[in-house]
Design a protein around this ligand. Structure first.
Ligand code: NAP
Length: 500
């Protein structure tokens, strides 16, 4: 169950939202009384409530907004109990001074905004001893495995427990709470009123993650990256699984470079069925897998891992290469420029020398295209050029010579710097194929100017959808719903632009 948190400064807004959630058949609502700016009218808020309610009045030291005295805070909580509120949230240090009364159930809570303590079990039994009906522990995750320690505590608890990790690393603990038997998870109603770091808004938890449909048999997938917040893979894969009726959830795992080994060692505890791999792990992930699929060894980079459900062996794949090449191929064929399945390109200039550039350089070389690499850091460009027997050109000279194909594999032109291009319009020629890997926005300045000049254009959306579709095939064995994936991606990129 999701407990939706309401945090408004005025009683009437709080009541309007509470009524709305009642109509939406929400099972539990938390009223954050500390956010109310005037004297809290407890009786007014609790009268005619449409669903069960938790009364919470959080001090600043516990991440709340309460500005008045501690005595007044305790009075608010006691009044809520006297008015018969369904649940009251009591921090451990005040739990003894507010005894059980009537039918109100006691949530004994603990917050640590810096770390996830080592002895979670000891902490849990300490909190349970305050006559708790429910124990709530919210701690800050500094390591991806803090999520697992918290979820395993929840799973083994003998009284109802809510255990959540805060911060971006902690997101998986919020989504998987129910799968591990938590009494409920928390989500703010209003995306602009995030109450604790790493919270996921209610509508996202319902619509994108389908929280209420996650059960112990739901398969767990995700993307490992640092940073991971910008990744649109959760949007695309969750939409695809929902459309295909597959019982799976796909999460963002923020895994710093030094934590990848530990994270993968515990893959069986989640248990993970598959992972997308991106910055900065595409190369070093190969150290930790049991085997490598076609091309991966040659390229030295993977973007996909699949875990065998029986042997638990992990296999690394690279779906970037075929995604990039098939995107170019199909675009050329659609524009009547294919050459019997070959690309028909002789030379290509790749801008950038990172993970995307590497996959595309290998793919183009395999197609017999002569590759030239240009990157801001010349030594990186030279290293990549050497790997594909290609040439290197200085970044300042990248526009001097003509090529059949220009590939942007840098973030130049990506939101929010949408007025930038890595290749000026006056150097574009109508015979060129221009492939911009940037997908947010799809119509970058480079894409727009290339179309104006009459170039044949391939966008980053095509590559992104194809690499995700191939991952879907590897993990689920089914034909991927590419149309659903494409529209989910386009919707997400346009809404990012609207919000920001
Ligand atoms: P990466 O490994 O970090 O490499 C980025 C490359 O871009 C590096 O060569 C970097 O040069 C260069 N670069 C970064 N900022 C630059 C700037 N302001 N001016 C000039 N060069 C700059 O990243 P990646 O994984 O290859 O991703 C690169 C881009 O490809 C992403 O931004 C994304 O838009 C796109 N991408 C698309 C897909 C898709 O499916 N469509 C998939 C992956 C990536 P230095 O070495 O000097 O830092």
């Amino acid at each position: 169950m999701i407990c939706v948190s309401l945090a408004r400064g005025r009683h009437r807004y709080l009541l309007t939202e509470l009524r709305h959630l009642g109509q939406e058949k929400v099972g539990l609502v938390e009223l954050r009384l500390d956010c109310i700016q005037r004297k809290v009218q407890v009786k007014r808020l609790l009268a005619d409530r449409p669903c069960p309610v938790i009364a919470t009045c959080r001090r600043k030291q516990d991440g709340g907004h309460w500005e008045h005295s501690e005595e007044e805070r305790l009075t608010v909580l006691r009044t809520a109990i006297a008015e018969g509120v369904d649940y009251v949230d009591l921090e451990d240090d005040i739990a003894k001074s507010i005894p059980r009364f009537g039918k109100t159930q006691r949530i004994i809570s603990f917050h640590d905004f810096k770390r996830t303590p080592n002895d979670l079990r000891g902490l849990h039994s300490y909190l349970a001893d305050f006559d708790a009906d429910i124990v709530k522990i919210a701690t800050f995750a500094n390591h991806p495995n803090d999520n697992l320690r918290m979820l395993e505590l929840v799973q083994s608890s003998d009284i109802p427990t809510v255990g959540l990790c805060m911060g971006e690393i902690g997101t998986p603990s919020r989504v998987l709470a129910g799968r591990f038997g938590a009494a409920f998870t928390f989500a703010p109603f209003n995306p602009e009123k995030i109450l604790a770091p790493g919270q996921i808004p209610w509508n996202q938890l319902c619509d994108m993650y389908q929280y209420d449909a996650i059960t112990p048999s739901t398969k767990v997938y995700g993307v490992v990256a640092d940073p991971v917040g910008h990744s649109l893979s959760p949007v695309v894969h969750n939409a695809a699984c929902a459309a295909a009726g597959i019982d799976a959830v796909y999460l963002p795992f923020l895994v710093p470079k030094g934590h990848l080994r530990d994270f993968l060692k515990k893959a069986d505890h989640w248990p993970l069925s598959g992972l997308s791999v991106t910055i900065p792990h595409k190369e070093n992930v190969l150290e930790f897998v049991s085997s490598q699929g076609d091309l991966v060894e040659e390229i030295g980079a993977a973007n996909t891992i699949s875990f065998d459900s029986e042997t638990r062996e992990s296999t690394a794949f690279n779906t970037d290469v075929s995604a990039a090449i098939s995107a170019i191929q199909d675009a050329l064929e659609a524009q009547d420029a294919g050459f019997g399945g070959r690309l028909g390109l002789k030379t290509a200039l790749i801008l950038g020398a990172g993970g995307a550039a590497r996959a595309i350089a290998f793919g183009l070389k395999k197609q017999g295209v002569e590759v030239t690499v240009s990157s801001r850091t010349t030594s990186r460009a030279a290293a990549l050029a050497e790997l594909v027997n290609g040439k290197v050109v200085d970044w300042s000279a990248r526009q001097r010579l003509p090529y059949d194909c220009i590939v942007n594999a840098t973030p130049i032109g990506m939101h929010p710097k949408v007025n930038e291009t890595p290749f000026e319009a006056n150097h574009l020629r109508p015979y060129m194929v221009v492939f911009d890997t940037v997908y947010n926005p799809e119509n970058t300045l480079l894409v727009k100017e290339s179309r104006e000049v009459g170039c044949r254009v391939v966008t980053g959306v095509e590559m992104f959808v194809r690499q995700a579709a191939e991952q879907f095939k590897i993990w689920h064995g089914d034909a991927p719903p590419e149309g659903v994936m494409r529209s989910a991606l386009k919707r997400a990129t346009s809404s990012v632009r609207i919000i920001e």
